[in-house]
Design a protein around this ligand. Structure first.
Ligand SMILES: Cc1ncc(COP(=O)(O)O)c(C=O)c1O
Length: 277
């Protein structure tokens, strides 16, 4: 029995499905967070979802607090989404060429988030963060980036640096396969500490700061009052690009647009204070 009281017989069909998956898929999952490796237990294999509920392979129903990590703003299998997606499938799904549908979607996003001036669609959060950081480095001509312990920005090599005990931890790879050279310009700071930020900005040339404005990747941590405004001020003073990673939070505040991941060029202040997000 594990610490959650699960035994081998708790979710027999999920367990069998996991064993089967492990014979075919590395670690049995296609994202490390789904493996339950750090928390023990068997990942639930989900058969279907409708509205706010999901059904697992053993026939148990759950209220879904995951919501595909923020992407499912309309819940599972919303009839309007199902109708649109079915219609799109009939037209052909991918052409390796531009389509007017992309521009229409971009316009809808800009209407929902007026500070977005231009945007680009990408396939994953990893790609969005990696591209935003490259853009920031190219724009500023500087190399060093700041991230915060507890924030996750995908699995690009330069972001797999871990935090240590000092105020600023010089990049030390936290994953095998990441050469030291690729994380040496990644500085990891404690979240919500303006003094740690000031200390680093005083001594280092910083290209960009990347942050989850509300951390969702180690429990839920809200910014202290004024923290993000101070961050904005420091970045402006030191000509560093401020990047809000809103993979999880992007559409929680409204908009209602069915979109997963995007980033925008040089957005203004209207309710958002980042340069890129
Ligand atoms: C805040 C944040 N940024 C980036 C990512 C990486 O996204 P993806 O798994 O699509 O590469 C995640 C994934 O959980 C995330 O939560």
């Amino acid at each position: 029995m594990n610490r959650h009281g699960q035994t081998a017989s708790s979710y027999p069909k999920s367990r069998l499905a996991f064993d089967d998956a492990k014979n075919n898929i590395a670690a049995g999952v296609n994202s490390p967070v789904r493996s339950f490796a750090a928390v023990e237990g068997t990942p639930l294999f989900i058969r279907s979802g409708r509205g706010a509920h999901v059904l697992d392979e053993d026939g148990n129903t759950y209220l879904d607090y995951v919501g595909s990590y923020g992407a499912l703003v309309l819940g599972h299998a919303h009839p309007a989404i199902v109708a649109c997606a079915s219609e799109a499938v009939k037209q052909g799904l991918s052409f390796g060429a531009p389509t007017t549908a992309e521009t229409k979607l971009a316009q809808q996003i800009r209407r929902a988030l007026p500070s977005v001036e231009r945007l680009r669609f990408v396939s994953s959060g990893t790609e969005a963060c990696m591209s935003a950081l490259r853009l920031a480095r190219g724009f500023t001509g500087k190399s060093k980036i700041i991230k915060f312990s507890g924030c996750y920005h995908g699995h690009a090599d330069m972001l797999l640096a871990k935090a240590g005990s000092g105020a600023a931890t010089q990049g030390i790879a936290s994953s095998s396969g990441v050469p030291a050279a690729l994380v040496q310009d990644t500085l990891t700071l404690p979240y919500n500490s303006i003094s740690a930020l000031r200390q680093v900005f005083a001594t280092e040339e910083i290209a960009a700061v990347i942050v989850e404005p509300i951390i969702g990747n180690c429990s839920l941590i809200l910014p202290l009052p004024d923290y993000l405004l101070e961050l904005r001020k420091l970045c402006t003073e030191h000509q560093a690009v401020l990047i809000f990673d809103e993979v999880m939070t992007g559409f929680l505040g409204g908009g209602g647009v069915f979109v997963l991941v995007f980033w925008a060029l040089f957005s203004g202040w209207l309710g958002r204070c980042s340069d890129l997000y």
